[in-house]
Write a protein that binds this ligand. Sequence first.
Ligand code: ZN
Length: 495
Amino acid sequence: MDARKAFYDRARQIFDLAQAQQALEWDQEVMMPPKGGTQRAHQLATLATVLHEKVTDPFYGELLDTLEDTADLDGRACADVREARRNRDRAVRIPPKLVAERTEACSLAQMVWMEARPKSDFAAFRPHLEKIVALTRDMAEALDAPNRYDALLDEYEPGMTEARLRIVFNDLRGRLVPLLKDIRGASRRPDPTLLTRRFPSEGQEAFCRRIVMDMGFDLEAGRFDVSAHPFTNGTLADVRLTTRYQENWLPCALFGAIHEGGHGLYEQGLDPERYRDPAGGACSMGIHESQSRLWENLIGRSLAFWCRYYPMLRDAFPGVLEGVPLEAFHAAVNAVQPSLIRTEADEVTYNLHILLRFDLESDLIAQRVEVKDLPERWNHKMKDYLGIEPPNDGQGVLQDIHWAAGLFGYFPTYALGNLYAAQFMEQMRTELPDLDAILSRGDLRTVKTWLNERIHVHGRFWTAQELCQRVTGQPLSAEPLMRHLDAKASATYGL
Ligand code: ZN
């Protein structure tokens, strides 16, 4: 039998099963009736078992062995085999007993976390987190990488290491902390309260939909719905975006929709000939996040963008922004204010929230810190990095679901997204010197096309770091993001 054909047949079945999981997950968040939960849990568990059997099937392993020994594979097939091997090795190396134990511990921990967070009851959550951290260390050990945290990172950001992250993140922190101090001491201050006026949901929905369409998101190959926690799933010709509306906080839906739109364009922009192949999907979580952040922060919070869209926004909400000039609105959406909750953080402080989590979770995995000491460490770092301290653990160490869900090595991809986004954006400005004129006439498709050609269509042919080097001619660095944030602080706060 032709090993190459047999390999692609199987790899594409694995992809299809994973897509079916996503469709069920979307349905669960957006459409499923309240009583459907148990049935859906069975369906998802069965699919996960079938998927695991497909990936760990010995014959699939033999096909990979054969292809790895084949001398005349083209670059594309080499990348597919490499990615399939990485995926399979992870699945094969972790003992099924450990997977089951960890899955159960995480689902129990999430239920406990849901009750513990509003009560700020870290003591109730602590034994569950201790168990998850111990099982996660075991999992990292089984993955057999030189460094346990690297083994965890590899799932979300292949090729990235703790050591490399530490260099980039230390540089970032060393510049963000003083920038934040300067901003807090600035005499010029924007007024973000104008964004808390009443913006009816119907108007927000129509406006967000318009922007997402202008960005080039194809609604014939996607949907735009409401869910409690906004997300994007699906790929290519069926990509689902969600957002949620807060009538007294315009940025929630507006920037949420632009953010998810950026994720959606990436998925719609994959190579239609290759999207079911192992190297045909999105490059990494960090690169995925770079696409959403680029649209949300670098395009969506720019003055050029609002030159075009502010008059339309005022028309969409008659009278609401009466007497608010463009410059005041633009400053308001760029206001910087240290806050306790990561998901509500602005462009400057958001990264500090991530750096704190990276420090703590890498310390947990390396056993440099124990779970019992987390609240104190958290609060201490909040004071150091952001200059504020949580009054309770609900607004501190208990705020995110990630650790309860067993997601270690995931947080850094949010900050990587911001870094890659700024670096790509600088390159885009070099190649499109009249970008501001392009944006102020609402020609967002030019940005989409640039991203399609430079990033989307390549899938995961290269690692994130190789892609960054190829697109920008430079390795990942904190410089472009800091140049962007310094320039924004100077425009908004007169620094
Ligand atoms: Zn995102």
